[in-house]
Design a protein around this ligand. Structure first.
Ligand code: HEM
Length: 270
């Protein structure tokens, strides 16, 4: 084992100190009295999701750079990773589904108005992927941690805008109005882009690997939405959400909506 640093008198790094475990493992604070067994699971699952959301956002920043630099292999590598994280996020819902409706009811009141609806990082993921619904900002209070980043992402180019740069490095003609689009708006499907993607599918098999990985990720995100709705339906049925929405009917609004529209729109032409 390495000795303590002579110059700075710091103790040697350990597993626990590197990961700041002392802090991390005291962050689970159930509120129910008397304690309800399943509340610990509820907290740990949500915290785990937020950690993976953080990692996804970290990867999307790299993907944007890879795209604008025309780095196909860098983007393939990162899309493999985000797709795999997405699959893990879907699978984790199985664990929470071991909690029965009555078990959840036993501590649900203690959540007050807290809801995944207020997850700033989830909105960041939507915004960075071009699904910019400004209406969702109404549920994010200015003092929530991360709102500055969210506001910044609303004003920034999305993964799809950088994807247009990537397509241009592969000879695609990107319409000028897409390069100068209003960044506050969501990315929309575009017929010209679809034609260029179709051409690349047919002429550049290495690029089609990237397109398929992007489609995998997108399908994973839609799968998460579907599984989350089913979890909500089986746990609270027709009740309203703690975040104040009508619950299941609200969640269904974004069901089956892809983020990479152009990759889905052309599939019947291949
Ligand atoms: C018993 C478990 C759960 C229930 C009953 C539940 C319920 C709900 C409901 C009713 C909504 C709609 C907003 C509202 O009015 O509150 C919602 C939204 C949301 N929940 Fe959950 N949820 C559960 C687990 C989770 C988990 C594990 C996550 C993981 C992070 C999560 C993340 C989200 C997100 C991100 C939204 C916003 C979705 C959107 O705006 O499209 N939820 N949830």
């Amino acid at each position: 084992m390495r000795a303590a640093c002579e110059h700075c008198a710091m103790p040697p790094l350990t597993y626990a100190s590197y990961l700041d475990l002392e802090k991390l493992l005291t962050l689970q604070k159930p509120r129910s009295t008397p304690p309800e067994h399943d509340e610990m699971l509820f907290i740990i699952i949500h915290q785990t999701y937020e950690l993976w959301f953080k990692q996804l956002l970290h990867e999307f920043e790299k993907i944007k750079e890879d795209f604008s630099a025309g780095d196909l292999f860098g983007a393939i590598h990162s899309f493999k990773r985000v797709r795999t994280i997405m699959k893990t996020l879907v699978a984790q819902l199985d664990i929470l589904e071991t909690m029965t409706p009555s078990s959840f009811s036993s501590f649900r009141d203690r959540l007050e108005t807290a809801s995944g609806f207020q997850s700033v990082q989830f909105r960041e993921i939507e915004f960075v992927l071009g699904y910019k619904r400004q209406s969702t900002l109404a549920y994010v209070k200015p003092d929530f941690p991360g709102t500055d980043r969210l506001q910044q992402l609303l004003n920034e180019q999305t993964v799809i805008d950088h994807f247009y740069d990537f397509l241009a490095t592969r000879g695609a003609q990107i319409p000028a109005d897409l390069n100068n689009r209003d960044l506050l708006q969501p990315n929309e499907p575009n017929g010209h882009v679809q034609k260029e993607i179709l051409r690349l599918y047919q002429s550049a098999p290495e690029v089609s690997i990237l397109f398929e990985l992007m489609t995998d990720f997108d399908e994973g995100l839609q799968e998460w939405r579907y599984r989350h709705i089913k979890l909500v339906e089986r746990t609270i049925g027709a009740k309203h959400g703690t975040g104040g929405s009508p619950g299941v009917p609200f969640l269904k609004e974004s069901l089956f909506k892809p983020v990479f529209h152009d990759l889905w729109a052309i599939r019947h032409q291949m």
